[in-house]
Design a protein around this ligand. Structure first.
Ligand SMILES: [Zn+2]
Ligand SMILES: [Zn+2]
Length: 265
């Protein structure tokens, strides 16, 4: 069975379409599950230009996800997800916020290195002001911290730092092994996120180099399109499925009320 666990909608202000349109596109593709996982609000409505506010979470997001779960029962399973942000200093707020709703899963993503939104095309020039190896080093430090935080169920797009094509000049294997050992200990899954194919890097997140490490360590996988428009739901899942067969024994993880189980793709 196939499940797309990474989708957005109009509430984050940088995606199109209603939640229902994402669900309907998933049904048209014959997916078994769709996870709605919009960008989380943050404390004090920080960076609300690219995410829903906390008020919108309660007035629009949570009730609409729960309405769709009921409305489409029997046609597709709709999961109540969220894409969280890992930022040091916000852990207590995030823990309390995540405990208030019956989420099926929360993706943990690193989109910021200190105050730099490194995956935002508006701030791409900053890559040239820093040492690329330092950027990668700090990125994987944040991934390790996000895994150790215990706040999340799935590591989102775990090599997002390559999005615009900047590559480290030093060997990364030791850093990657150290990082994914921590992820393995956390019990989290790692997503295969097809959106990288639609970005300048033109490559899945994660790379096959990382997938080989995940396979060696027995780290479970999920699937996500990271759709920011309904038509991108399930995008390139044929390619993703082949990677699951190669690096995940043909199995993906699904989550219900933050409990993981595995199904065959
Ligand atoms: Zn987004
Ligand atoms: Zn993301």
């Amino acid at each position: 069975m196939l499940a797309d666990y990474h989708t957005h909608n109009y509430l984050c202000k940088h995606a199109d379409g209603t939640l229902e349109q994402y669900v309907q596109h998933a049904i048209s593709l014959g997916l078994d599950e769709i996870g709605l996982s919009d960008h989380t609000p943050m404390p004090d409505n920080w960076d609300h230009e690219v995410r829903m506010t906390e008020a919108q979470f309660w007035s629009d997001y949570a009730p609409e996800v729960q309405r769709l779960q009921e409305a489409y029962r029997g046609r597709i399973t709709v999961k109540f997800g969220l894409e969280g942000d890992f930022m040091p200093g916000t852990e207590t707020w995030v823990k309390e916020f995540n405990a208030k709703s019956p989420f099926d899963y929360v993706i943990g993503s690193v989109h910021y290195l200190d105050d730099w939104g490194f995956d935002n095309p508006l701030f791409v020039a900053k890559y040239d002001e820093k040492d690329v190896n330092d950027i990668y080093g700090l990125y994987y430090e944040r991934i390790r911290q996000s895994a150790e935080s215990g706040l999340f169920d799935i590591i989102g797009h775990c090599d997002l730092v390559k999005k615009f094509g900047h590559r480290p000049t030093k060997a990364m294997e030791e850093v990657l092994r150290e990082t994914f050992k921590v992820v393995k200990r956390s019990g989290m899954a790692v997503e295969i996120n097809t959106s990288g194919l639609r970005k300048p890097v033109k490559e899945m997140y994660p790379s096959e180099t990382i997938l080989a490490i995940l396979s060696e360590y027995g780290i479970p996988l999920t699937l996500g399109s990271d759709a920011h428009t309904p038509g991108d739901v399930g995008k390139d899942f044929g390619l993703a499925k082949a990677l699951v067969e190669r690096y995940g024994n043909g199995r993906i993880s699904v989550f219900t009320q933050r409990q993981r189980s595995e199904v065959t793709v």
